[in-house]
Design a protein around this ligand. Sequence first.
Ligand code: F6R
Length: 613
Amino acid sequence: MCGIVGYIGEKNATPIILNGLKKLEYRGYDSAGLAVLTNGHIEVRRDAGKLKNLEQLIMEMPVSGKMGIGHTRWATHGEPTARNAHPHLSSSGEVVVVHNGIVENFIELKEELLADGLKFQSDTDTETIVLLVEKYLKGVNDLETAVRKTLERLKGAHGIVVFSAKEPDKIIAARIGNAGGVVIGLGEGENYIASDIPAILEHTRKLIFLESRQMAIVTKEKIEVSTIEGKPLAPQISSVAWDPISAEKGEYRHFMQKEIHEQVRSLTDTLAGRVDFEEGRIRLPQLNLTAEQANDIQKIILTACGTASYAGMVGRILIERIARIPAMLEIASEFRYSDPIVDEKTTVLAISQSGETADTLAAMEEARKKGAKLWSIVNAIGSQAMRIADGYISMQTGPEIGVASTKAFTAPLVDLYMLAILLADLRGTITPEYRKQLVDDLRLVPELAGRCLDRESEVEETARLLKDTRDMLFLGRGINMPIAFEGALKLKEISYIHAEAYAAGEMKHGPIALIDKDMPVLAIAIKDPWYEKMISQIEQAKARGGIVVAVATEGDERVASLVDRVLWVPEVPWMLSPVITVIPLQILAYHIASLRGLDIDQPRNLAKSVTVE
Ligand code: F6R
């Protein structure tokens, strides 16, 4: 969950690394640091807290050099202090390392190193890595061999970048398992290393992604990739088309606000090239799906974490309703411990913005072991979840920087809808007329999303009403039940208000006891097949003195007369309604957090991509 940047070339590494870390701060903001090679020795600057503290430190104690590595941390072992901040130096000061992941056999390795007389200067597991390299260097005297020997000793998943003052022409990067990516960026007479593409995108679009158990020796002139065991590999160079501008905040106060507003474009982009409105057909070429394979599927298991899992809940309904294939959602962190009933007739569909979430990747691996076909819906290009799947759908939304996911929630909702239509088409279980109607409905989506965004100031007024509440209930039914969960999650994670979501019909079985004047209720009550039931739910809440805010269809006076406030959304076909109903909830959470003066893009305790299990 940490961010890593490295540079080797002719320029000053310090601003390049700091700039890269800025793009990665969403991955962890407990501390930040960098190490550069200056006049034959390694200089480290690091500090607790956000990157601005490190920037301040470097202003006071400038440092420059032509190669270096940097890190932004999400703490696992050891408190978020300066002493535990990366990079970590060996005791001789000759070797330096930054690391993403957890050394699972850290205690055992630490005892061994202490017995060898080595001293620890931090409480981190990462320090065992640099001390092991130092230990092995004594025997072999070359960094590459010492790093290989070290990697063989580590349990767990890791991304590691290391260099030595004695070998000033190279940086070594390695990946083991799924602790996040390691990507090498190719330049002219210079090369870059990063955990995530946005960190180096302004410098290069030519990238090499390391797979698990691969290592790269990066000099300014060339890159050599091999397995950790030393077998040379021919690296595959990919090009990415992401626009670096979309990784900037622009006129918005926060990335989250910008990304909410980007949804008109991101929804348009996720449709681009995939919808044939003339023929009423969907094309998802990267899924590599034939009619024979589609007919072979007996069950689809959707798996994901957090917000992505709520997209999966909607997807489950769409796949069953449109394609008539039995579908279920299994939370990725539970999947592999549930002894899932999965075989070669099962397709497991993982949904992940980052494509690097450890739980989701573990679920995919478990599914693979059991013989399932693997698909993914992923935003981060080149990520592990994209690479290990048999087929994928790219969200095509551009980088999402705000920790609270917004545009990477609505895009997969559309992708899942398209997937359901494609499956139904290939299996011949849909009439051409119905298929055409479903495809036609997609045309409306970006514009309807735009109409929700136009109502931002009305939602902001409701945010003022709710900003001091301590608790809140979110209710929805049917296809909008997952949106109640997503609305509650958005509020919890950025405003720290306790929010719970329920399938509205469950209220009478217990939770209704919670409702009083201090427990506002947000009810999604649009004109969908569950409308009448939601009206009863609202009436029950009002009868108990609750403040009710409803998400309702424009012009619905009946709902308006029942509730305290309305968040209006345009009329929308019910199967696409989650894409629309979630937008006022994103805006509401954003403005409540903003009115409470909170750090919206970097909420406490969170990181953008969760690469620990
Ligand atoms: C919440 C949020 C998280 C992620 C979850 C999965 O706003 O962003 O709940 O959805 O951590 O992340 P990905 O989609 O990267 O696998």
